[in-house]
Design a protein around this ligand. Structure first.
Ligand code: CP
Length: 360
């Protein structure tokens, strides 16, 4: 087994073997969504709670679809519908949910560190669905899967991530994942939104859009996160879009086979023009499709393959790996990465982790 961790809290510190294993597993789940009956019994009898304290279209829906396609029971809880609106702390919410014996909790929260906090209080796997400006690991995994599908590899690519880097959990998770997989990462935006200390983590910092996307293999656009801004970072939205909106003219500076990603939600005309968003280089809808497969893989790896899973279920998984219900990703991943060793506990790189865990 190439992923021995109990939770998925971030991509910081994951090894290339662990990321490859998750991507291979996701790739093998893609065909389930192409079937007429889009369901396998892998997580039958398991319960997944989606605990969302922030709005979400893609992450929440795709986690729910992923869990349902694996036959798990799903429960959705939003901040407005939970007792958080009556003053209950996140820790108390976590303890109460744990008392109902879920098999996994997906959490999205506006505060960095929320997923880590839950992981300390709840015995089941915690999956970070985005915590403040800290990490969004499944988004980065689906980005990596989309890049690998289109380019055949991640190693050696130049990836320009453009926009509001300062407030972006997507950028942080992608920086960790892309660097670990051997890509070169450029952070592109105005100096107020591209913090200098990102350079310590191995990103090249560029403050001009055309220079930043020059010869890039991949361009990932980020939206301006006005809900996380507590100051003025640029004179006006008009000025920002004049300087940093990705137009066809800017795309022409990149490599001829460039692909354009955006995690969504997009602000058309602010960070990306409709011509580019809907154009031939855009793989934005592929990202959304891959989101379901990635989340199926993460649920399968954390819940379906836990050490305490029952013997009956282990037998069922073995059967699926041999037969039609499970695509047999673990075997293929082991072949590709050279064996079934336990995941190493790699040290965290400096900087972002400590800053991100505001809640702990
Ligand atoms: N990319 C992303 O996290 O989108 P949602 O906020 O819609 O989940």
């Amino acid at each position: 087994m190439l992923f021995g961790r109990p939770h998925l809290l971030g991509l910081e510190g994951l090894s290339a073997e662990e990321i490859t294993f998750l991507l291979d597993t996701a790739e093998s789940f893609k065909e389930v969504s192409e079937r007429e009956i889009k369901k396998v019994p892998t997580l039958r009898g398991r319960t997944v709670i989606n605990l969302f304290f922030e709005s979400s279209t893609r992450t929440r829906t795709s986690f729910e679809i992923a869990a349902k396609r694996l036959s798990a029971d799903t429960v959705n809880l939003s901040a407005q519908a939970s007792s958080a609106s009556k003053g209950e702390t996140l820790t108390d919410t976590a303890r109460n949910l744990a008392a109902m014996r879920p098999d996994a909790i997906v959490v999205r929260h506006p505060s960095a560190g929320a997923a880590h906090l839950l992981a300390r209080h709840v015995p089941c796997p915690i999956i970070n669905g985005g915590d403040g400006a800290h990490e969004h690991p499944t988004q980065a995994l689906l980005d990596l899967l989309t890049i690998r599908e289109r380019k055949g590899t991640i190693s050696g690519l130049t990836v320009a991530i453009v926009g509001d880097l300062l407030h972006s959990r997507v950028a942080r998770s992608n920086l960790f994942g892309l660097r670990t997989m051997g890509a070169k990462v450029r952070f592109v935006g105005p100096p107020t939104l591209v913090p200098r200390d990102f350079a310590e983590l191995g990103a090249e910092l560029v403050y001009d859009l055309h220079e930043g996307v020059h010869d890039a293999d991949v361009i990932m656009m980020l939206r301006i996160q006005r809900e996380r801004m507590n100051g003025r970072y640029f004179a006006s939205l008009d000025e920002y879009s004049r300087l940093f909106c990705l137009s066809a003219d800017a795309v022409a500076r990149a490599r001829r086979d460039v692909i354009i990603l955006h995690p969504g939600p997009m602000n058309r005309g602010v960070e990306i023009s409709s011509t580019v968003a809907d154009g031939p280089y855009s793989v934005i809808m592929d990202q959304v499709t891959n989101g379901v497969a990635v989340r199926m893989a993460v649920l399968y790896v954390l819940v379906g393959r836990r050490k305490d899973a029952g013997a009956e279920e282990r037998a069922e998984h073995a059967e699926h790996e041999e037969g039609e219900d499970h695509p047999g990703a673990s075997d293929r991943a082991a072949e590709r990465t050279g064996g079934g060793h336990a995941a190493p506990a790699t040290p965290n790189p400096p900087g972002l982790a400590a800053r991100g865990r505001e809640l702990s």
